[in-house]
Design a binder for this molecule. Structure first.
Ligand SMILES: *[C@@H]1O[C@H](CO)[C@@H](O)[C@H](O)[C@H]1NC(C)=O
Length: 202
């Protein structure tokens, strides 16, 4: 009897320990993806890319976060677009740096300014390669999808042959588009019903 009671108490303690571990790992996950070195590199770069506080805290982020309120798939497509844009942005920043000219590096002041722009360049390149790595390793499907979307833009909507073929494909597309919308509606209804049922059970 007492061994049973102590094993119950043991189980309760174990459960609490597991809970604490889970809580700790959740805490660690939130905001712990960025490697320390990348964070340091960014802090360093931000020393050089300084703007006024008024401009900095204007409540208008460069990359709006509204699209990140959707479902996970949509969020990832949006994030892929953002990662692509960062690649472009960092590329521009690299191009805007003064080109290193070794002949002029002899005078003292020159050397100082060159070494600082060299440092910026190397830091920008580090950040760029990290962003590219993240994109390459995790966003393959989104890359393919966006490429397909961009190809749609190339369709020659003024071409008679294209118009004819597009009309013949329309019934299939119409069915497919409607069916996708219907699936989504049904999934949403099912989720709502499950929620209501859980609520009633509680
Ligand atoms: C990045 O570095 C800054 C400044 O050292 C620090 O305050 C911040 O917590 C760091 N962020 C992460 C996610 O490590």
């Amino acid at each position: 009897m007492s061994t049973q009671r102590s094993s119950i108490r043991m189980a309760a303690v174990m459960r609490r320990v597991v809970c604490i571990f889970m809580w700790l790992s959740v805490c660690q996950v939130s905001g712990a993806f960025i490697p320390n070195e990348l964070n340091r590199t960014l802090q360093n770069l931000m020393q050089h890319y300084k703007i006024s506080n008024q401009d900095f805290f204007n409540q208008k982020p460069v990359f709006p976060r509204e699209p990140l309120k959707g479902n996970a798939e949509l969020k990832m497509v949006y994030m892929y677009g953002v990662l692509e844009e960062y690649e472009k942005l960092l590329g521009h920043m690299l191009k805007q740096l003064p080109t290193p000219s070794p002949q002029l590096a002899t005078s003292g002041t020159r050397t100082a300014s060159l070494s600082s722009s060299d440092e910026i360049r190397s830091n920008l390149m580090k950040v760029l390669s990290k962003m590219q790595e993240l994109k390459r390793n995790n966003y393959k499907e989104q890359a393919a999808l966006l490429e397909q979307l961009r190809k749609l833009e190339d369709i020659e909507v003024g071409n008679f042959k294209v118009q004819s073929k597009a009309l013949s494909e329309l019934t299939w597309i119409y069915e497919e588009a409607s069916s996708l919308a219907d699936d989504k509606r049904r999934r949403r209804r099912r989720r709502r019903q499950t929620r209501i049922r859980l609520h009633q059970q509680a």
